[in-house]
Design a protein around this ligand. Structure first.
Ligand code: SF4
Ligand code: SF4
Length: 507
């Protein structure tokens, strides 16, 4: 029987009039999509190996290369799409689970694109952020039910009420959990340096903390995941906050797997596992089967750091997200991270990434609403994650009820990522999702950090512009203020869940 043939996803178009056979593309492509024939002195291409990362196109000195989506079309069929046929062909030859990287790319509605922001006109005039102070500073952590102030004291002594430990951010944007192992050390260093310079936080993910990165601890969230890789007292002490990872938007309900070939000597030391062995994170934490168990872990970690750092919990946005978040807050978490349907990953089974979970917009809204109804919204901060593409998404998330957001894919795009979704192969041409020393050199952490700082600065300026337009001078005043949002093209039920009125309806 003939082997099923898979049509290449991309076509490499080489303009032979421009190509000087310099072999740059042949040397740089980690997927061997460009072949050099020394006898003919010519470079040729193999379309089936191209993953669409555009690295060769960027580096070709003569501009001879263009990478296009393959225009070859199968007979149009609304049910049996090209992807459906390709998946069956692939699985019938390998018998394995289809893997992917990055976030869900299926055409589910992006609710942010159906929400529009308000702006002041005539009354409640807008504020010019270039001339007037605008406050983006965000404090994450539980706040007391009421504030009692002592009269006539120094500013640092004025608070009578007990305030648990807080994280102070200069902007409401943090870098989401990306482990050393899933991304290169240079990519991690870029994030760490940028977080320190921009006054925000980066996150170890479940990969432990490389010795070079301890100096970046004051701007770090250390994660405690089910595999407990690299978790020890010094690690917990190193960060500004601790995050217990229960779930992840790209793969709710399942564990993680870093293949042994990626567990290099350095990664093995950081994760405290033998070199070359698979790093498997179990799907559940084997000591958490109830909210009471979670409470025990939260307080064990608080004890471990003598209550000097906030302890949060990260979950995937699933159907029951509001009651789950409510239980987490009751269990004593200082912040809750909700990772939505479009959250990224280094590697996940595609069937899970594409079919499990709910969009982050709906999750933020229901969690914020539930915590308000229960009178415990102040007891924990809410960080939203999963597919934030621009500053408008951030502002809309805050208006729906988030205190801050995590960005992952956007940060990697700033470092050069072209979202080819092949992170799980470990052959990232941009030096990001790889441990190959030849490839990791391509990312200079100084340049990477500069680009990330620029991105955060640009988004922060835009957030101030949007706030000023609404006549709001502090981000905190926007949190959960859904009157500043209006919906276009959404069904009644969607608007009800989002708590947003249709465009055209007045206050
Ligand atoms: S990098 Fe450009 S010029 Fe050099 S061989 Fe490849 S296509 Fe030709
Ligand atoms: S990190 Fe690299 S492999 Fe992953 S999507 Fe981006 S470019 Fe592709």
């Amino acid at each position: 029987m003939a082997k099923g043939k898979i049509t290449p996803e991309f076509k490499i178009i080489r303009d032979m009039e421009k190509c000087v056979s310099c072999q740059v593309c042949h040397r740089v492509c980690s997927n061997d999509a460009h072949l050099y024939d020394p006898d003919a002195g010519e470079v040729t291409s193999e379309d089936s190996r191209c993953v669409g990362c555009h690295f060769c196109e960027t580096l070709c000195p003569t501009g001879a290369l263009t990478i296009r989506r393959n225009p070859s079309e199968i007979k149009l069929n609304a049910l049996w799409s090209g992807r459906a046929l390709e998946d069956i062909t692939r699985q019938s030859s390998t018998g394995g689970v289809l893997l992917t990287g990055m976030g869900n790319d299926r055409p589910f509605p992006v609710y942010f694109d159906h929400l529009l922001l308000n702006a002041s006109q005539v009354t409640n005039p807008s504020i010019d952020p270039l001339r007037e102070p605008m406050e983006l500073r965000t404090y994450l952590g539980g706040k007391p039910d009421r504030l009692e102030i002592k009269e006539g004291q120094k500013p640092e002594e004025v608070l009578k009420s007990f305030l648990s430990s807080q994280i102070s951010l200069e902007t409401p944007i943090l870098f989401s959990a990306m482990s050393y192992g899933s991304i290169s050390l240079n990519a991690v260093k870029s994030l760490a340096k940028a977080a320190r310079e921009a006054g925000t936080l980066w996150n170890t993910g479940e990969g432990g903390l490389h010795p070079d990165l301890y100096p970046f601890g004051p701007h770090l969230v250390v994660q405690v995941a089910s595999g407990r890789f690299g978790v020890h007292q010094e690690y917990l002490e190193a960060g500004a906050a601790i995050e217990i990872k229960i779930g992840q938007g790209a793969k709710p309900g399942i564990g993680g797997h870093l293949p042994g070939e990626k567990v290099t000597e350095q990664i093995s030391r950081t994760r405290m596992i033998p070199e070359g062995t698979d790093a498997l994170s179990p799907a559940p934490h084997h000591d958490i089967y109830s909210i009471e168990d979670l409470k025990q872990l939260i307080f064990a970690l608080k004890e471990a750091v003598r209550y000097r750092k906030p302890v949060g919990v990260k979950i995937a946005a699933v159907h029951n997200v509001a009651p789950i978040a409510s239980g987490i807050v009751r269990a004593g978490a200082d912040f809750v991270v909700i990772d939505g349907l479009r959250g990224g990953t280094g590697a996940a089974p595609r069937v899970i990434r594409d079919h499990v979970g709910i969009p982050i917009e709906l999750a933020i809204s229901v969690v914020d609403q539930r915590l308000r109804e229960e009178g415990q919204r102040n007891r924990a901060s809410l960080i939203a994650a999963g597919g934030f593409r621009n500053s408008a998404d951030v502002v809309k998330a805050v208006a729906l009820g988030a205190d801050a957001v995590y960005v992952g894919t956007a940060a990697l795009v700033a470092l050069g990522c072209h979202v080819c979704q092949k992170c799980y192969t470990g052959k990232c041409n941009w030096g990001i999702a790889t441990q190959d020393p030849y490839l990791t050199k391509r990312l200079n952490p100084e340049i990477g950090a500069r680009r990330l700082v620029n991105l955060l600065r640009a988004w922060s300026l835009e957030i101030k512009e949007m706030l000023g337009g609404m006549g709001i001078n502090a981000l905190e005043s926007l949190r959960g203020n859904r009157e500043q949002l209006r919906a276009v093209g959404l069904a009644e039920t969607d608007m009800k869940i989002l708590g947003v009125k249709p465009a055209g309806e007045a206050w």
